[in-house]
Design a protein around this ligand. Structure first.
Ligand SMILES: CC(=O)SCCNC(=O)CCNC(=O)[C@H](O)C(C)(C)COP(=O)(O)OP(=O)(O)OC[C@H]1O[C@@H](n2cnc3c(N)ncnc32)[C@H](O)[C@@H]1OP(=O)(O)O
Ligand SMILES: O=CC(=O)O
Ligand SMILES: [Mg+2]
Length: 563
């Protein structure tokens, strides 16, 4: 009998200087080829210095905000903001982005569902919606490669063997790699963990660019979303990455296109500069509203005069949020690119028709606000929302794929000031808000540690960005001793109050999910981490960075002889 290959002993065929510490899997090995890894290593070696410098500049800028400085437009780049330039023309393949569905790159079934959803674009996510375990990342790469090749399929044994495969018309694929700050601890290059987003980008690009070229006609693609940047120097690094990738692959400069999420407060003051850096590769900007709120708290962590009200009150109607989206629309349309809207957190409610209709109505109103303001498209978290969102956008656009050329920009946009962009949001702060943050934060973290990066909680979509708001808001209130309303009684946010709330909310979560699931899940561990993060003297930069070590699984090194 022929012997089966022993995958426990097998190892990846790696180029000089690259060491894979994640589990060996023959399917992952079709992604982690020697050539693909050489490509990733080339990116890491060329850009690691610039990334390190950019991260140091982030810290330095934050120190200035902590000392009282406020974010502002940079006088040194006034000429870019005032200059008369436009980005490269919008590729016809992605002119219509009225509705974009988002979702993690794994599970495979979900990728197929998203591509078949009727949305114009699917943003496949290595970021907010994905817990970056080795298994998720690698299965995600396999899914994307097969999706681009058009061969992806899935047999759902839990559903009586239902087979999922691509329909004739599918959404265009955009991929969102992780942010610059996250390492990939399963891939070591020259003795240090790789930069996470270069692994995500590099492997996906390497395995997909030829299929894009063959299938896309005019030579455009692959397409990307770029998250969590704080400054145009970070966009410049991405532009360099794209140029190197195009050169190595031998495809036309400008084939790669990317939409930048404006989802940090510092980045709103850099929108023209970011588009300018990426002008040959740009596919516009997007309002990443959830991370933007998180970033507002982080940027102003040392400013007691800028405390957030309850999380549920910080919506797009707040002056600073409206100003941000209006300025983004104006900036994009001046530069002839898409101004994409963001994510409404409501998802379909299965067991309550009236509540479901109310949730849908909130989504419709949010989308109507976006399209009236001038957005060219928007995001949907769930396929069940797509018909309603399409109706709003398509109804308003009247057959046009976008409104870039309609010079659509809100009347107030030209006069938006630095003060408009940072105006503190209004509303009350309550102990109920502290409780909800805690309940949601702990459950999200437990799911993330268990490998799920996006989950439904209390009929809302929760992902890394929304969970970050819960964490930093608790931290901010405790740090500055905010006064909270406890049913008409004023109480101070203190570590003692949080300890009591934690205990009560953990008991409530246990009752809600059931003792068995609570015991098997990572709730207790999540509770400890969340609690520690809320009372930490210094705010942790990212929840996912702090907890990343807990999802890294290194496998013993295989012997030198390879299969
Ligand atoms: C702040 C930001 O960054 S937003 C962007 C990042 N966040 C996201 O992308 C969240 C995406 N959405 C999701 O992950 C999910 O919709 C959740 C977690 C919110 C809800 O998930 P669930 O409760 O499991 O969804 P539900 O049970 O209603 O799913 C029903 C069906 O819709 C599918 N589905 C649900 N959401 C999606 C999606 N986003 N993409 C594709 N298919 C989806 C499911 O696969 C399932 O398919 P099936 O009937 O063939 O089995
Ligand atoms: O990535 C999107 C966001 O809102 O954050
Ligand atoms: Mg985000």
């Amino acid at each position: 009998m022929p012997s089966m290959p022993d995958t426990a002993m097998a190892s990846y065929d790696t180029p000089e200087g690259v060491d894979i510490r994640g589990r060996y899997d023959p399917e992952f090995a079709t992604i982690l080829t020697r050539d693909a890894l050489s490509f990733v290593a080339g990116l890491q070696r060329e850009f690691r210095g610039a990334v390190r410098h950019a991260m140091e500049r982030r810290r330095e800028t934050q120190r200035r905000y902590d000392a009282g400085e406020l974010p502002r437009f940079d006088p040194a780049t006034k000429f870019v903001r005032e200059g008369d330039w436009t980005c490269a023309p919008v590729p016809p393949a992605i002119a219509d982005r009225t509705v974009e569905i988002t979702g993690p790159v794994d599970p495979r079934k979900m990728v197929i569902n998203a591509l078949n959803s009727g949305a114009k674009v699917f943003m496949a996510d290595f970021e907010d919606a994905l817990a970056p375990t080795w298994e998720n990342l690698m299965r995600g790469q396999v899914n994307l490669r097969d999706a681009v090749a058009g061969t992806i399929s899935f047999r759902d044994t839990a559903r009586g063997g239902r087979v999922y495969k691509l329909e004739e018309r599918t959404a265009k694929l955009f991929v969102r790699p992780r942010g610059w700050h996250l390492p990939e601890a399963h891939v070591f290059i020259d003795g240090e963990p790789a930069i996470g987003c270069l692994v995500d980008f590099g492997l996906y690009f390497f395995h997909s660019h030829a299929a894009f070229r063959a299938g896309q006609g005019a030579g455009f693609g692959p397409f990307f979303y770029l998250p969590k940047m704080e400054h145009s120097r970070e966009a410049r690094i991405w532009n360099g990455v794209f140029e190197r990738a195009e050169r190595v692959a031998g495809i036309e400069r400008g084939s790669i296109r990317a939409t930048v999420l404006v989802e940090t407060l510092p980045a709103v003051f850099q929108m023209d500069e970011i588009l300018h850096e990426l002008r040959d590769h740009s596919a516009g900007l997007n309002c990443g509203r959830w991370d933007y709120i998180f970033s507002y708290v982080k940027t102003f962590r040392a400013h007691p005069d800028r405390l957030l009200p309850d999380r549920a009150l910080v919506g797009m109607a707040q002056h600073f949020m409206r100003s941000y989206s209006h300025l983004l629309i104006r900036t994009c349309h001046r530069r002839q690119v898409h101004a994409m809207g963001g994510m409404a957190a409501q998802i379909p409610i299965k067991d309550d028709a009236a509540a479901n209709e109310a949730a849908l109505e909130l989504v419709r109103n949010d989308k109507l606000r976006e399209v009236r303001a001038g957005h060219d498209g928007t995001w949907a978290a769930h396929p069940g929302l797509i018909p309603a969102i399409r109706e709003v956008f398509e109804g308003h656009l009247g057959g046009k794929p976008n409104q870039i050329n309609a010079a659509a920009a809100p009347a107030d946009a030209a006069a938006i000031t630095e003060e408009d962009l940072i105006q503190p949001p209004r509303g009350g702060r309550t102990v109920e808000g502290l409780r909800l943050n805690t309940r949601v934060g702990v459950q999200y973290l437990a799911a993330w540690l268990g490998g799920s990066g996006s989950v439904p909680l209390y009929n809302l979509m929760e992902d890394a960005a929304t969970a970050e708001i819960s964490r930093v808001q608790n931290w901010q209130w405790l740090r500055h001793g905010a006064t909270l309303d406890a049913g008409g009684v004023a109480v101070r946010a203190t570590p003692e109050l949080l300890a009591r709330v934690m205990e009560e909310e953990m008991a409530r979560v246990r009752a809600e999910v059931g003792a068995e699931r609570f015991r098997r899940g990572r709730y207790a561990e999540a509770g400890k981490i969340f609690s520690r993060q809320c009372v930490a003297p210094e705010l942790d930069d990212f929840l996912t960075l702090d907890a990343y070590g807990l999802i890294v699984v290194h496998h013993p090194r295989a012997p030198a002889s390879k299969l």
